[in-house]
Design a protein around this ligand. Structure first.
Ligand code: NDP
Length: 236
């Protein structure tokens, strides 16, 4: 396991992003997280950034490079939901979700690309969702933003794949975080009935897959969509 590589995780103050950062710290990487509020886990550098704002991301990224060195592994995790049915969905509901989930990924990966190219080594890992390919009533904005990440990773693979850089998508199913705690109990029960594993996952179970994709063992995997969903989205 390398202890030299630098990892940046967006939205690392809570939920899945925090678990990913904890895992990388435990594995001996140098870890930075962006946060709008709060702090990342112990052992990680926390920098302030809003992924909808390129200037704030740029400043945060530069701070990470100055304090930890060039970033080699980028995990685009920050994301939001604004669930409602299409007929009730406002332009703002749509734009805010796309600008955070898909636009935020564009902004951080664009900022990272030069450094990865210079190093001729890099891992780009995008946190999508099972609903990006499965679809979800009430989540047209969210599902669109998450399926967009698949085209993003595959295009990036075609652009940068010959330079030692991989780009992959992790598609979690139902993970126990603030995002899913906000769902009504009947919705949670309905999900559980449809998950072959019969349970929800912990954020650490997503983090383990992200850590593996970042490792040398996954050097020849790019443009892939790796489900971490207990079988919910089989057939993607
Ligand atoms: P949480 O709601 O627990 O955390 C979301 C994180 O994203 C927070 O750190 C939050 O920061 C950050 N964030 C949101 N908007 C911005 C922004 N504009 N700029 C910077 N940071 C921002 O979510 P989860 O941990 O559950 O989700 C993490 C990722 O995993 C998301 O992309 C989500 O779509 C995806 N996912 C989650 C699933 C689940 O079941 N939980 C399933 C499938 C995918 P702050 O604290 O400042 O708000």
């Amino acid at each position: 396991m390398s202890t030299e590589r630098v990892v940046l995780v967006t939205g690392g103050n809570r939920g899945i992003g925090r678990a990913i950062a904890e895992r990388f710290v435990a594995d001996g990487y140098r870890v930075a997280v962006t946060a709008r509020s709060g702090e990342g886990p112990e052992g990680a550098l926390t920098v302030r950034a809003d992924v909808t704002d390129a200037a704030s991301l740029d400043a945060a990224y530069t701070e990470v490079e100055e304090k930890l060195g060039p970033v080699q592994i980028v995990v685009a995790n920050a994301g939001i939901t604004r669930d409602t049915l299409l007929l009730r969905m406002s332009e703002d509901d749509f734009d805010d979700v796309v600008s955070t989930n898909l636009g935020g990924t564009f902004r951080v990966v664009k900022r990272a690309a030069k450094g990865l190219l210079r190093a001729r080594w890099g891992r780009v890992i995008l946190i999508s969702s099972v609903v990006g390919l499965y679809g979800s009533a009430g989540q047209i904005n969210y599902a669109s933003s998450k399926s967009g990440l698949v085209g993003f990773a595959r295009s990036l693979t075609r652009e940068l794949g010959s330079r030692g850089i991989t780009a992959n998508v992790v598609a979690p199913g139902f993970i126990e975080t603030d995002m899913t705690a906000a769902l009504p109990e009947e919705t949670q029960a309905e999900y559980k009935r449809n998950i072959p594993a019969g349970r929800f996952a912990t954020p650490a179970e997503v983090a383990g897959v992200v850590a593996w994709l970042a490792s040398d063992d996954a050097a020849y995997i790019s443009g892939a969509v790796i489900p971490v969903d207990g079988g919910l989205g089989m057939g993607h």
